[in-house]
Design a binder for this molecule. Structure first.
Ligand code: NAD
Ligand code: WQD
Length: 344
């Protein structure tokens, strides 16, 4: 074994896919998750894929004594991947204090505990949302951080600053900040995938649920943007590609290859796709129609954003490999599996 990695939010969408890739790379994984936006059955799916059942602690990351007990119980945690957070933009506008408490306190607890237990590395889940609407596209890591459009986005900006300040103060830890673009898809085995609670806020789960007949019709939020077909552009990245980048980041820090104690990378494909292009591609790949209508713009939506992934490609040696077609097919396969299992 290459050592023990703590994955907070490890039964969540991106976290569960990352646990599989960490195990495939020879790490022992301890999941901490309070199941506020996931369920423990995800662990069965992880085990079915990797053949290894990760340790699991149902703990709230904002509970300092409980988190300290996790470090005491699971001695020798070398690194952390911190996924645990609340992530619904709209909800963050309605409940800002919940988002500041959850997303900031969980990180503060980890940063305080790391030196006490000689945990040397932390990967932080950030988001391209920190860029707002970039002035220059594709957007690279040197783009200016724009005033956040939501408390959620603000928590990501603040967490990045907390990490930088903590490391620059001389705390004996390293960090890699990963700014994700739009993660989509599911593991090719369809044993794990995205399980949104309630009505999906994100595009692809709404597409697959509409295709399945769970939702009557997809609303496309605007076709009057300055894009090829008027709908917004995003950089949709396969969730397994994204997970693999996290393993590379952990290895980089634990093998002392980091060029600085805090590094930041955009994780995207470098390819922009409009909403209507995504829908059309989904229909072509699956042969299933997605009833949809154009409605007004959604408040706070960025018009167009896609990554310049050169830094991650050249420095991490990581590139998004999966095609959008295969990724959309994986999302549909996962939706069909949920139906088979009577879950949706
Ligand atoms: P998710 O909700 O599926 O996973 C988050 C997990 O964290 C859930 O299992 C939830 O139960 C858990 N959690 C939340 N608060 C917790 C707490 N206080 N203690 C313990 N567990 C807690 O979300 P995801 O899509 O997998 O996102 C993971 C991370 O990536 C988040 O930090 C999110 O902000 C970030 N991110 C996500 C996207 C995206 O589009 N999904 C894009 C950019 C960044
Ligand atoms: C994608 C596109 C919508 C739903 C959000 C967060 C971001 C990150 C990823 C956490 C947009 C359009 C969507 C629908 C639609 N999350 N859309 N009809 O808004 O790019 O990013 O999720 O970190 O922080 O802001 O993703 O999937 O919600 O939307 O037309 O029913 O699809 O307008 O253009 P978004 P999304």
């Amino acid at each position: 074994m290459k050592g023990k990695i703590l994955v907070t939010g490890g039964t969540g969408y991106i976290g569960s896919h990352t646990v599989v890739e960490l195990q495939n790379d020879g790490y022992e994984v301890v999941i901490v998750d309070n199941l506020s936006n996931s369920n423990a059955e995800v662990i069965d799916g992880i085990e079915k894929i990797s053949g290894i059942r990760p340790a699991f602690e149902q703990v709230d990351c904002i509970d300092f004594p409980a988190m300290k007990a996790v470090f005491e119980k699971h001695q020798g945690i070398r690194g952390i991947i911190h996924f645990a957070a609340s992530k619904a933009v709209g909800e963050s506008v309605e409940k800002p204090l919940l988002y500041y408490r959850n997303n900031l306190d969980s990180l503060l607890n980890l940063l305080e505990l790391m030196p006490q237990f000689n945990t040397e590395a932390i990967v932080f889940s950030s988001s391209c949302t920190v860029y707002g609407q970039p002035d220059i596209l594709p957007v690279d890591e040197n783009a200016p951080i724009k005033p956040a459009l939501s408390p959620y986005g603000n928590t990501k900006q603040i967490c990045e600053e907390i990490i930088r300040d903590t490391v620059y103060a001389g705390t004996p830890i390293k960090s890699i900040i990963l700014r994700y673009f739009n993660p989509i898809g599911a593991h090719p085995t369809a044993e794990i995938g995205e399980l949104p609670n309630g009505v999906p806020q994100n595009l692809l789960p709404f597409v697959t649920q509409t295709a399945m007949g769970i939702r009557k019709e997809l609303s496309v939020f605007g076709d009057d943007y300055d894009t090829v077909d008027g709908s917004c552009i995003r950089d949709y990245i396969n969730v397994v590609d994204l997970a693999k980048a996290h393993v590379i980041a952990v290895n980089r820090m634990l093998e002392n290859k980091s060029l600085a104690n805090v590094e930041t990378f955009n994780l995207g494909t470098g390819r922009g796709l409009t909403v209507l292009e995504l829908i059309n591609t989904f229909e072509k790949v699956t042969g299933v129609k997605v009833p949809h209508k154009i409605v007004g713009r959604r408040e706070g939506d960025i018009e167009k954003v896609w990554a310049n992934p050169d830094h991650a490609n050249n420095v991490l040696g990581w590139t998004a490999k999966e095609t959008v077609e295969d990724t959309l097919a994986s999302a549909w396969k996962w939706q069909l599996r949920l139906r088979e299992r009577g879950l949706m």
